[in-house]
Design a protein around this ligand. Structure first.
Ligand code: FAD
Ligand code: SF4
Length: 467
């Protein structure tokens, strides 16, 4: 641990709060070349690196950091891509503080290596250069048998890429008109620019994966149809995109949005550029966003950029918020106001059917519940009315139910997730599932971890079936 005190973690450059609250451009500007070198130099190159254990796809972290230190940025990216097909995305949105960085020995000094920023740096150097490597990776021969992947979020993309690299002919079906899952429709431009998602998708296509959008499996085709069309196995990666509501009166009023609808209009349909783009977004001037997770913070920061006054309403305190600390701090300095220990009980409407206010009750914290966080308890006679004209409900998502409903024999768990065995195979032989559809709403990298495992299991299944 010699010399640790001097080696401070490099801070990533950012747009200033005053600037960024007026635009949708990326907040984080990444590390400069000098900063990346300085950060890479801090890595101790541990003989038994614990950071790798904390990465759900097992990137050889010290090895790629060492390559950055030697100015071998392309080689660093090759090293990362041995395990991770979407590094420019993961470097931006992974909660590294709970994963690889949590295990870094330098945590003892409070200054873990900024692994996410270095991963982004290696990926961006190639993507920005546009020389091709980061975008195309040819040389894989995709032959029969065919494998169908349903859903193009991080789980589906990862499985598709790994299967294509093994040599399968992969068809990826996506119900929306743009691929990427939450990466495209959910996470806003200022955290994950869509040009980055497009470049990563180009890379997946370059491996030979055929991406077919506007196809809703369960309606356009059934799983039986896919087997009849000659697919040897199917991977279901349909995510958890079903919004949850509060079930309080007034939720059917105009200008009440689910987080999903609000973010999809903005991110996928570019409603913030209406009328240049066809889809509008109808919100008032005073917006209440309900929730304390990443999704709620994304909604609040989007609405702020539309020039609105934002209150984020959360029933516990800041300490219990599930959102990443970095996003909480970003929202605060940008001007999102927090109303903590508060629970909405009724949405009020005017004669035309629009939101005219939000009745809330104050809360206090009791004993910890099953999540380990202290349970919020209503304070008697503490109701009050907030003057808002728009409400965005961001209290969580549930697994997409369609395929389970229309597929006889596909076992669904009581919480709506698809049942899988230890090999990620569902109750139907040859049909596998992974990502949020089996775990409930989780993270990009855990969905990618599931995609990786599923690809290996599908390969094993197809090889054993043809013996
Ligand atoms: P998804 O990304 O949900 O993709 C599923 C895809 O399947 C979708 O494109 C959907 O349209 C498609 N689909 C569904 N049904 C069908 C069908 N029947 N036929 C064809 N296609 C279908 N995680 C992080 O790690 N960091 C973050 O910063 C972060 N921020 C988030 C912000 C928001 C707003 C949201 C909603 C989530 C966020 N998450 C974050 C969570 C993360 O994005 C998800 O855990 C991850 O995307 C799950 O991946 P997936 O592949 O399982 O599903
Ligand atoms: Fe480097 Fe930290 Fe990993 Fe050790 S644990 S190899 S210091 S990143």
């Amino acid at each position: 641990m010699r010399g640790l005190k001097k080696a401070m973690r490099q801070k990533v450059r950012q747009q200033s709060p005053e600037e960024r609250r007026k635009n949708f451009n990326e907040v984080s500007l990444g590390l400069s070349d000098e900063q990346a070198k300085a950060e890479a130099k801090r890595c101790l190159q541990c003989k038994q690196p614990r950071c790798i254990e904390g990465c759900p796809v097992g990137i050889n972290i010290p090895a790629f950091i060492n390559l950055i230190l030697q100015d071998k940025r392309k080689e660093a990216l090759v090293k990362i891509k041995e395990k991770n097909n979407l590094p420019a995305i993961c470097g931006r949105v992974c909660p590294q503080e709970d994963q690889c960085e949590k295990f870094c020995v330098l945590n003892k000094t409070g200054e873990a290596i900024n692994i996410g920023a270095l991963e982004r740096y290696a990926a961006d150097c190639e993507l920005n250069r546009d020389t091709g490597y980061g975008i195309r990776d040819t040389g894989y021969e995709n032959r029969n048998p065919k494998v169908a992947v349903v859903g193009s979020g991080p789980a589906g993309l990862t499985a598709a890429a790994d299967l294509a690299k093994i040599g399968y002919q992969v068809w990826l079906f996506e119900s929306l008109h743009i691929a990427g899952g939450v990466l495209s429709y959910g996470i806003p431009e200022f955290r994950l620019p869509k040009v980055i998602v497009r470049k990563e998708l180009d890379y997946i296509s370059s491996l030979g994966v055929q991406i077919h959008t506007d196809i809703l499996v369960g309606r356009t085709f059934s799983l039986d149809d896919l087997f009849t069309q000659g697919f040897a196995a199917i991977f279901l990666a349909v995510g958890a995109g079903l919004p949850q509501f509060l079930n309080i009166s007034g939720e059917n009023l105009s200008r009440v949005y689910s987080a999903n609808e609000f973010l999809t209009r903005i991110n996928l349909m570019k409603a913030y550029r209406f009328p240049e783009y066809a889809t509008p977004i109808n919100i008032g001037d005073k917006v209440a966003v309900i929730g304390g997770g990443n999704v709620a913070f994304d909604c609040a920061r989007v609405a702020l950029r539309l020039g609105k006054d934002i209150e984020l309403i959360y029933r516990r305190t800041e300490k219990e918020m599930p959102a990443r600390q970095e996003e909480v701090e970003n929202a605060k300095v940008e001007g999102v106001k927090f109303r903590l220990l508060t629970q909405p009980v009724r949405i009020l409407g005017d004669k035309k059917g629009f939101v005219s206010g939000l009745e809330c009750i104050k809360m206090e914290l009791g004993q910890p519940d099953s999540s380990g966080r202290r349970r919020p308890i209503p304070v008697k006679d503490s109701n009050f009315i907030l003057d808002v004209d728009t409400v965005i409900v961001a209290i969580g998502q549930r697994p997409n139910p369609l395929i389970g409903k229309v597929t006889p024999g596909l076992k669904i768990n009581p919480n709506g997730t698809i049942w899988v065995n230890e090999n990620l195979m569902t109750s139907i032989p040859g049909v596998f599932a992974g990502g949020d559809i089996i775990t409930g709403a989780d993270t990009v990298i855990s969905a990618m971890g599931a995609g990786k495992r599923a690809a290996a299991e599908i390969d094993k299944y197809i090889k054993e079936s043809s013996e």
